[in-house]
Design a protein around this ligand. Sequence first.
Ligand SMILES: Nc1ncnc2c1ncn2[C@@H]1O[C@H](COP(=O)(O)OP(=O)(O)OP(=O)(O)O)[C@@H](O)[C@H]1O
Ligand SMILES: [Mg+2]
Length: 241
Amino acid sequence: MIEIKNVSQSYVKGKKIIDNMNFTIENNTVFGVIGPNGAGKTTTINMITGILNIDEGDILIDGKSITKEPIEAKKQFGFVPDTPEMFEKLTGLEYLNFIGDVYKVDPKIRLEKIEELAKEFGIYGDLKDRIQTYSHGMKQKLLIISVLMHNPKNWILDEPLTGLDPKASFLLKKLMKEHAKKGNTVFFSTHVLDVAEKICDKIAVIDEGKVTFVGTIKELKEKSKTNTTLEESFLKITSKE
Ligand SMILES: Nc1ncnc2c1ncn2[C@@H]1O[C@H](COP(=O)(O)OP(=O)(O)OP(=O)(O)O)[C@@H](O)[C@H]1O
Ligand SMILES: [Mg+2]
């Protein structure tokens, strides 16, 4: 569970990029955040994960405060960022073993998980190669495997489907749903509204740093008085008169 409590963020003093944000992402839920470019999705995710300091308010991950007990809070989640940046000189397998050591994943379980997931994502044969030789999508797949390997209670992803081929994208959506079904939390940002519509139990709409909606897609359609697609509701709720 992730609780965002009265959070504000100004990169530059005087201009609030995130303005008093409040919402909770419950267990057993695939929770998507949608919003226009520059709305504050990545900023929100970077505050949840402790990459960016919070100006006001706090974020609790399974009850651990990212501001007061950052190490404990960071043990509660796995994160796939929007740009896959890794130690490029390592091979894929070395990287996975490094992450496995950090999260103290049992070596036997580690190997089983690596083999299963790398085969599913079609990069098993590439694990012996250095990451610097990987394509964008291959790096993303490696990051996804490294996170699932340590089986975090909370899985956070920033635009995870960008750059993935259709097969990998299908697999990732399946894994996200399965992970949530086991009682975990999956929180991700996306611009692909069809994906949000298909896999999210709940969504939040962020617009100009404010949360303008939290609820189910059905509730959003009711609120925006549209009864067709999420796209239509999204355009209506984020449109400026
Ligand atoms: N390091 C920074 N310094 C100053 N302003 C920043 C910084 N990073 C982001 N911003 C501003 O914060 C706002 C929100 O940016 P953010 O990256 O969170 O948007 P986003 O919703 O993730 O957008 P996108 O859909 O394009 O990924 C934007 O106005 C952006 O210009
Ligand atoms: Mg972003």
